[in-house]
Design a protein around this ligand. Structure first.
Ligand code: DX5
Ligand code: ZN
Length: 219
């Protein structure tokens, strides 16, 4: 079984020393950098956007894994890719129809990035099935999107497990499974057992002196 990838979420970073924190997780062995965009409309919080991504995207060698928790992803996707997003993950619930989901996926590919689709805890897994042949990643939210430091929702195991089963039974090889929210040493075991490929972790990593050990514990 290939090693799980670790994607620190900078939502939990120290914004007085953002670049230092990014270097710390990179030197500690992180694979991706998870960039949580919140618009205060799709989710009840506002984080950061395109100017910040532009500033940091090329300041490290990790993969820029951008998670847009925003309304109207079709409108903003190109700007996030031009700013440095390599994976751009939008929300199923932010689209009005399956047709719109396909349009956003195609747009992301047209701009040269990999397309991810995320579902909230309350959205049934079956909603992503029609898109799996087109997607590069599915992001399973294991907390209600909007804030770091929340508790992992245990039912996420079943969603990851069933998604893995579906991908394998349909021989869909290129679509990765990422989990996001409440990931720590314990919950990472649960998600890995279910078949996850990428672990997002914010508060478990940032603000601690033993980031390298923590990343190794996640793996
Ligand atoms: C929540 C974000 C998550 C969050 C993870 O809406 O999408 O990426 O920052 O933070 P922790 O790991 O602290 O739950
Ligand atoms: Zn996220």
């Amino acid at each position: 079984m290939s090693k799980v990838l670790v994607a620190p979420s900078i939502l939990s970073a120290d914004f007085n020393h953002l670049l230092d924190d990014i270097k710390k997780v990179e030197e500690a062995g992180a694979d991706w950098l998870h960039f949580d965009v919140m618009d205060g409309h799709f989710v009840p919080n506002i984080s950061f956007g395109i100017p910040v991504l532009k500033c940091i995207a090329h300041s490290h060698k990790m993969v820029n894994d951008v998670h847009i928790m925003i309304s109207d992803p079709f409108k903003y996707a190109p700007e996030f890719i031009k700013a440095g997003a390599e994976y751009l993950t939008f929300h199923y619930e932010a689209c009005k129809s399956d047709k719109e989901v396909f349009q956003v996926i195609d747009l992301i590919h047209d701009y040269g990035a990999k397309a991810g689709l995320s579902i909230k805890p309350g959205t049934p897994l079956e909603k992503v099935f029609p898109f799996l042949y087109s997607l590069d990643l599915v992001l399973i939210m294991s907390v209600e999107p909007g804030f770091g430091g929340q508790k992992y929702i245990p039912e996420s195991f079943t969603k990851i497990f069933r998604l893995k089963e579906y991908l394998e039974s349909h021989e869909i090889k290129k679509c990765l499974i990422e989990v996001d929210g409440g990931i720590n040493e314990e919950t990472a075991k649960n998600a890995k057992l279910a078949g996850v490929d990428v672990l997002v972790a914010g508060s478990y990593l940032f603000g601690h002196d033993d980031i390298k050990e923590r990343i190794e514990k996640l793996r």
